[in-house]
Design a protein around this ligand. Structure first.
Ligand SMILES: C[S@@+](CC[C@H](N)C(=O)[O-])C[C@H]1O[C@@H](n2cnc3c(N)ncnc32)[C@H](O)[C@@H]1O
Length: 275
């Protein structure tokens, strides 16, 4: 947290900051506008007209519900910080469970693809932890892939990126297929907070009228793209366990394992090719 004196200074001087403006957001935006180092002493802050303007502009954007991550341009996930913009989903903490599950696998030379990679947060986190894995990442969105490649270059991970509508441009098999696909129904989408609907890509969230369109395609097709003993790991919505089980059963799979997140909700499903 920043020194209270610094925060009070801006509260007194920037009229836009009303009572409901969150202290945590204000801290982050002050640090963003003034650099961490400068924020240590209030003397550094007085009379810096340029940086005060940057701060005011950032506060205006926040007041219009823009996510903090898009204003400052990055978001933390697992052990790294990822560039984000309006073309990618903000990496969510619950998605870290997918990374955890992959890291429980033997640390041998496995091949893995992350379908619908978005910012690349999952694929890059895994590639950084397991440099001996052969990692691929795909997305239907060219703009999302641009962000993922920027993140991958930043961390110097060696990942092959593919623009593909799920498996349509995939022409090889993998030991592990992972995805955090869109899984929100039309009704749920319409009830999402404005900051999500207005600023996060619809294509990353909405999956048809029941939120199941992506799962139906992936579950119907993944088998062909798995090597012997390979596995599929998917993030699911916290209320989707039963329906996901049903889709797997319908496609002929019976050994289905679910994993809970820290809040006790089922969040990841795993099916092994030879189980
Ligand atoms: C829920 S977001 C997940 C992003 C990222 N993996 C994460 O966990 O933060 C879903 C991603 O799937 C991508 N996507 C949506 N439809 C797709 C399709 N038909 N084929 C491939 N990717 C798709 C979206 O562009 C988006 O990046």
């Amino acid at each position: 947290m920043l020194d209270n004196k610094i925060v009070q200074y801006f509260k007194d001087n920037i009229k836009l900051i009303n009572k409901s403006f969150e202290r945590r957001d204000l801290d982050i935006l002050i640090r963003y506008a003034f650099d961490n180092e400068k924020c240590k002493y209030i003397e550094n802050i007085y009379n810096d007209y340029y940086r005060s303007s940057v701060l005011k502009f950032a506060i205006r954007r926040r007041l219009l519900n823009e996510p903090i991550s898009q204003i400052i341009g990055y978001r933390k996930f697992w052990k790294s910080t990822f560039f984000v913009d309006k073309n990618v989903l903000d990496p969510r903490p619950e998605t870290e469970l997918l990374v955890e599950k992959v890291l429980e696998l033997p640390n041998s030379k496995l091949s893995l693809i992350d379908l619908g990679t978005g910012s690349g947060c999952i694929a890059i986190s895994i590639a950084r932890e397991r440099p001996n894995f052969e990692v691929f990442a795909s997305d239907i969105s060219y703009d999302a892939l641009k962000v993922a490649k920027k993140n991958s270059n930043f961390y110097q991970t060696s990942i092959t990126f593919i623009k593909s509508d799920w498996f349509t441009k995939i022409d090889r098999k993998f030991d592990v297929i992972i995805a955090n696909p869109p899984y929100i129904s039309k009704k749920e989408y319409n009830n999402l907070p404005l900051c999500i609907r207005r600023f996060e890509p619809k294509i990353a969230l909405l999956a048809g009228p029941k939120g199941l369109d992506s799962f139906e395609i992936i579950i119907n097709q993944f088998f062909k793209y798995l090597r012997p003993k390979g596995m599929l790991l998917l993030e699911i919505g916290s209320t989707q366990k039963k329906i996901i089980e049903k889709i797997f059963h319908y496609n002929g799979y019976s050994k289905i394992e679910f994993f809970r997140d820290l809040s006790g909700k089922y969040r990841v499903v795993c099916v092994k090719k030879d189980a």
